[in-house]
Design a binder for this molecule. Structure first.
Ligand SMILES: O=C(O)[C@H](O)[C@@H](O)[C@H](O)[C@H](O)CO
Ligand SMILES: [Zn+2]
Length: 310
């Protein structure tokens, strides 16, 4: 091979996986890139903490709250929104204050919110689940999917959810993708952006055995879905139109929980993971469990996260 010829075809990129933050979170989740500050926001659910990692200074700020915090999102009017316990909340980063916007599942004392994300119209979607006694061990069918509209009203879409998890919208905003983890599938609904209505649920991908439990998810600029595989130690790239897996990227930790694009032009992927539920031996083998990873060289970019409009 001549020295002018790359050993790889032009389409194949060289993927690099770096651990960028070593704090061994119990259950890192909900990574969100904030372009204005070049920060990665995320939560550590059981430690009731929202974190903000500054990619320039490499410093982390943490805000503690009074209940498990399962997702965080940007807010158009400044600060953030977060799902805390069973409450949709506004979070003022400057003074660390929390303001309750709405409450759900008031009849279900053992429930908490899980994953959440803002839709292209600025509504904050998040679903609930029964609290786990161990990872993926919980009373089934207790959760529901909700969204918080900009006027702070709450819409309930459906119930009977086991573990409400990853969510995102197609690039044309006409499809809502959703994961109820214990269904071991990635599902799609028709999405009506003006009203926030969903309809026509169908499955677009069935997890393979070694991919384990589907958890957090994000879309890329080609409309393909990236799903973090809890216990599978990987993120997978799916084509929701053909139902085929296009790519697997393995990480040095088993409990990969979620992923988002960020960094320069959203060309990097950030991955969260968990340390809770690992044995002592597992933790020795995987000292990066609970840390934050950055993947570069994927050769595809993501899109900016939407901000809550209320
Ligand atoms: O991160 C989440 O979404 C849940 O809150 C976690 O507890 C795990 O992912 C779950 O146990 C595996 O499905
Ligand atoms: Zn999750």
């Amino acid at each position: 091979m001549s020295r002018h010829t790359s050993p790889f075809p032009a389409t194949m990129s060289s993927i690099k996986i770096e651990c960028v933050l070593r704090e061994n979170y119990r259950c890192g989740e909900s990574p969100v890139w904030e372009e204005a500050s070049k920060c990665l926001l995320f939560v550590d659910i059981p430690s009731k903490t929202v974190c903000r990692w500054d990619s320039i200074s490499n410093r982390v700020q943490r805000v503690g709250v009074d209940a498990p915090v399962s997702s965080v999102a940007l807010r158009q009017s400044g600060g953030y929104v977060a799902t805390i316990g069973t409450k949709f909340c506004a979070l003022n980063w400057e003074d660390q204050s929390v303001f309750i916007l709405a409450m759900v599942d008031e009849d279900k004392k053992n429930n908490r919110f899980n994953d959440g994300k803002v839709d292209p119209a600025g509504r904050y979607f998040a679903g609930t689940m029964a609290e786990e006694t161990a990872p993926a061990v919980l009373e089934r069918h207790q959760g529901s999917l909700y969204s918080l509209f900009p006027d702070h009203s709450v819409k309930k879409y459906f119930d009977q959810v086991d573990i409400s998890n990853g969510l995102d919208w197609s690039l044309d905003h006409k499809i809502f993708y959703y994961i109820d983890s214990l269904s071991y599938t990635v599902d799609a609904f028709d999405y009506d952006l003006p009203t926030g209505q969903i309809s026509n649920r169908r499955t677009v991908y069935k997890m393979e055995k070694d991919e384990q439990i589907p958890d957090g998810m994000c879309i890329d600029v080609e409309g393909k879905l990236w799903v973090a595989c809890y216990n599978g130690g990987r993120v997978i790239r799916l084509d929701p139109e053909t139902g085929k897996r296009l790519q697997t990227v393995k990480l040095p930790v088993d409990k990969t929980t979620s992923c988002c694009f960020g960094g320069k032009d959203y060309s990097e992927m950030y991955v969260t993971c968990a340390r809770d539920g690992m044995s002592a031996e597992g933790l020795l083998r995987q000292p990066d469990a609970g840390n934050i990873f950055k993947i570069t060289g994927l050769g595809v970019k993501g899109i900016a996260p939407y901000s809550y409009a209320g």
